[in-house]
Design a protein around this ligand. Structure first.
Ligand SMILES: [Fe+2]
Ligand SMILES: [Fe+2]
Length: 152
């Protein structure tokens, strides 16, 4: 078992995530926040490659939690400002994501490696799926509203 487990864990390692135009929400500020989130997730992946340096991993993980909360607040401010009709559903998704991060943070204190692999597999799915589906849904409301405001 002790020989097999590290192999399985290594297989969970996520591929490098990349931001592309298809993830654009047409608001520069939010796009650059998404790029930064993706960068932090890739940094977490790098921490794994560096022979699992837990301190490094923990620091990047704390950065991720901080930056995620900051990003969600910015996004929700835009949605509030332009009366996005699905704001509450979206807010719940953000909260569920932060709750999951907090649970994984707790898990770090008693099962580092499992918390780490859970985190990477969860993040690699969540971020892209959330941007592609939920975030891009607010594009017509927020980007057009921004444009109108600029033209006024
Ligand atoms: Fe979002
Ligand atoms: Fe987002």
């Amino acid at each position: 078992m002790k020989i097999i487990i590290p192999k399985l864990i290594k297989e969970i390692k996520v591929a490098l995530l990349e931001w592309s135009e298809k993830l654009s929400v047409k608001v520069e500020e939010i796009d650059s926040q998404h790029k930064k989130l993706i960068k932090i997730i890739n940094n977490l992946n790098d921490a794994w490659k560096n022979d699992f340096k837990f301190e490094e991993f923990k620091n990047v993980f704390l950065d991720l939690i901080d930056y995620t909360e900051y990003h969600f607040r910015s996004e929700e401010k835009y949605m509030e400002k332009y009366n996005y009709p699905k704001l509450e559903i979206h807010r719940k998704q953000h909260r569920a994501f932060v709750d999951r991060l907090m649970k994984l943070k707790e898990k770090c204190s008693y099962n580092k490696k499992e918390a780490y692999t859970d985190l990477l597999s969860f993040l690699s799915n969540w971020i892209v799926v959330h941007i592609m589906n939920s975030d891009r849904e607010y594009v017509p409301y927020i980007s057009e509203a921004s444009k109108e405001k600029m033209e006024a």
